[in-house]
Design a protein. Structure first.
Lengths: 69, 672
């Protein structure tokens, strides 16, 4: 695992985070913050095509589901 | 009489009265709060989740007197069709049930998802990753940190809400819960749980038959062996060894001594030896793969099946399952619970989809062999059920059965004389296989019904129904033929590999997964060209009209009866992350085998010749599930998204925000 890191959000920002999280329909503030960070990270550090597992490996993994050949 | 004293006396009485009233009110409030906190004291809710139970088949078997317990439940309580998810695929459907939200809220849109930046494909519900950083010493690689197993479903599971309100709960094998989320209750992961190799099931088949094609087949591996002096030396294939350069698969040697005269063989693996007759299965065998001497070992379990001793040697080995007694990846909450279960009920398949449909599709199993394996899976589930159900005292007990789904997939062709793969002689032997599994589920219900009392609510439900799968429609081939997908100049589409030679700078839309149709959207896909807004809207409209107009050239029948636009049917924070359109095939049709992963078979239409002959990844209105209860279901058109609110209402819990459904025991709101 990669460990964990706590971030302190307080005051007006916390209120806005709470409101946005509710308006958008997230199940929790944690889920909202994680999703926003993931989206922002993808913008700043777009994944390289070489980062992904090989198509063959993915196919092999998925075939056990039954729905694909 | 002293008036003041009298006043005081009266005031004292009034004060005492007020205090008593206050106390009474406080007690009432506390008791209300407790009721809200802990649910209705002593109340019980049992949910049997029967994947793929179809309302038409259930009705038929009840009418034929083959399912007396279901018939009794339907007669005394209620039986309704249950509106399934869009699209009607198990990970999506069960996530609708788990969270009370549609895919826009839980983020599971299909079995298969893609990263729009890399076009990497992955299983939508969970992801298992090796460690990303490592140190290299010669041939050895020392991972820094361990790999990870991530659950990708978002939203709050109903049992998390129950935990918050102090309602005890046990949830067994529910799909889309691997690794199991942290909870106070007892859970065991189900569909989505990988085997030890990180795949969703890879069998091994050892044979000295020179005509067998060696190498990887769908969902398995054919491994050639030589029989020398009646001895076979071979290796079990374990997880990739990330401690070694190039991450080669780890292996564990085993030997087989084949009796030269009799059809038996002695198998020796590690310090275990056992004898199998031809056609016989071993018990679960514990195996251990050494990844790094003295440091890194990983444990698993597998079963051996001696298909043939003579004249050809044929030995099948199940996917190496995670050992529930020593799980290499988390399987349960609490973590020790999978061990306790294996002690109580014996070892069991831990991989999410245990029925080895691929061994049948690949011809490694015949129908009878597959059926025996599938019956074993159900027998294991029933053993776990029998061990755990009697312990249920309060709160919620959920148990999932996979058998009707997988076996309706595999045996529809022998139940339906109209199916292109129908074979009368095979049907004489196996034509009642689906019915037999329904009857077994009826037996399970027969164990539950006598336990119902005034304090107990029962829900029996399925995530979707079933339909024949006779013809395949290759969506990506159709998109290519109609100019929506462009290939790099001078190249052709690959029949097998995902999106090979696609020129993304000239491609407007692509199909992926069993029902998904995506626009190549600017700003979302790496090389997206379709502008969001008017251009995207126009393209959606155009595609929808063309898809609905398609006719099968074989019989001029309509192929697609419904196309849903994602933004119209999904609500929630993830609504824009899935497909832009959901293709709803009519009964008899499904996305073709190769198009699901973005390949281009030459023809847009093909007959489905695979034993996998029934399916449900179609127009969701044509494959509803079932909902039965011992109580009166008030909702005329209950949906999967109503189940979580029903669970909450049973315990006096207000549904969390964002849930649109409501208890099926309440009259439907006019606004629905």
């Amino acid at each position: 695992m990669f460990g964990s890191y706590k971030v302190k959000i307080e005051g007006e920002l916390l209120e806005k985070v709470k409101r946005c999280s509710e308006i958008a329909g997230y199940a929790s503030i944690d889920e909202f913050v994680t999703h926003v960070l993931e989206k922002e990270i993808k913008k700043i550090m777009p994944p390289e095509e070489g980062d992904s597992a090989s198509a063959e490996l993915v196919k092999k993994r998925l075939q056990g589901l039954g729905y694909i050949e | 009489m002293d008036c003041r004293a009298e006043d005081w006396g009266l005031r004292k009485i009034a004060w005492l009265g007020s205090m008593l009233l206050l106390c009474a009110l406080s007690a009432l409030l506390v008791s209300c709060e407790r009721a809200r906190g802990n649910g209705r004291s002593g109340h019980k809710l049992i949910i049997l989740g029967i994947d793929g139970m179809d309302p038409q088949l259930l009705t038929r078997f009840m009418q034929e007197g083959k399912m007396p317990n279901f018939a009794a439940l339907a007669a005394k309580g209620s039986f309704r069709q249950l509106t399934t998810s869009i699209p009607p695929q198990s990970p999506v459907a069960w996530s609708n049930l788990i969270t009370g939200m549609n895919a826009g809220g839980h983020g599971i849109f299909d079995f298969i998802h893609r990263d729009p930046q890399t076009m990497e494909l992955y299983f939508s519900a969970s992801r298992v990753e090796p460690p990303k950083h490592s140190l290299h010493f010669g041939d050895w690689v020392i991972p820094l940190g361990s790999g990870s197993a991530d659950q990708l479903r978002q939203g709050k599971a109903f049992w998390e809400v129950l935990d918050e309100h102090g309602v005890p709960n046990s949830v067994f094998r529910i799909p889309a819960n691997f690794p199991p989320i942290k909870t106070k209750g007892y859970t065991l992961s189900g569909m989505g749980t990988p085997d030890l190799r990180g795949t969703y099931g890879t069998f091994s088949f050892y044979t000295d038959d020179a005509t067998a094609t060696a190498g990887a087949v769908e969902g398995g591996q054919i491994i050639p062996v030589e029989l020398n002096n009646s001895q076979v030396s071979a290796k079990l294939i374990g997880p990739d060894n990330t401690f070694k350069k190039g991450s080669p698969p780890s292996t564990l040697p085993f030997t087989v001594s084949v009796d030269p005269l009799e059809s038996v063989a002695r198998i020796a693996v590690s310090d275990q030896e056992f004898v199998l007759k031809e056609g016989e299965w071993s018990d679960w065998v514990h195996v251990e793969f050494e990844l790094m001497p003295l440091l890194g070992n990983v444990k698993g379990i597998c079963r051996f099946y001696l298909k043939q001793a003579h004249p050809r040697f044929q030995l099948y080995v199940t996917p190496i399952n995670i050992d529930p007694a020593n799980p290499a990846l988390p399987l349960s909450t609490p973590a020790s619970y999978s061990r306790e279960l294996s002690e109580d009920a014996g070892e069991f398949y831990t991989q999410g989809i245990a029925e080895d449909t691929k061994a049948l599709s690949a011809g490694v199993f015949d129908d009878g062999e597959y059926l025996e394996q599938a019956r074993t899976v159900l027998a294991e589930h029933r053993k776990i059920f029998d061990a755990e159900f009697p312990k249920f005292r309060q709160g919620v007990f959920f148990f999932y059965f996979s058998s009707l789904d997988l076996n309706s997939h595999m045996f529809w062709r022998l139940m339906d004389p109209h199916h292109p793969e129908y074979d009368a002689s095979l049907a004489a032997h196996y034509g009642s296989a689906i019915e037999d599994f329904y009857i077994q589920i009826d037996q399970v219900l027969g164990e539950v019904l006598p336990k119902l009392d005034d304090q107990t609510t029962l829900l029996v439900l399925s995530d979707h129904g079933f339909a024949p799968y006779n013809r395949s429609f290759n969506l990506d081939t159709w998109l290519l033929n109609n100019g929506y997908i462009a290939l790099k100049s001078g190249s052709s589409g690959d029949e097998n590999e995902p999106f090979v030679n696609v020129d993304w700078r000239r491609t407007r839309a692509y199909g992926l997964g069993l029902n998904g149709l995506y626009l190549n959207l600017k700003g979302r896909e790496r090389n997206g060209i379709v502008q969001p807004g008017a251009e995207a809207d126009g393209l959606i409209k155009e595609l929808k009209a063309k898809l609905l107009a398609i006719r099968d050239p074989k019989n001029n029948s309509p192929v697609i009866t419904r196309v849903d636009v994602a933004r119209e049917v999904y609500q929630g924070p993830y609504a824009d992350q899935g497909p832009d359109m959901l293709v709803g095939y009519t009964r008899g049709y499904r996305a073709g085998w190769k198009t699901v992963l973005g390949a281009f078979p030459p023809e847009a239409f093909e007959d489905n010749s695979n034993p996998w002959s029934g399916d449900h990844c179609m127009d969701y209105t044509q494959v509803p599930g079932v909902l039965l209860s011992n109580h009166k279901i008030q909702a005329d058109a209950p949906a999967l998204t109503d189940i979580a609110p029903t669970i909450f209402a049973e315990f006096g819990i207000t549904s969390p925000k964002g849930l649109t459904g409501h208890s099926v025991f309440q009259l439907e709101r006019a606004s629905r």
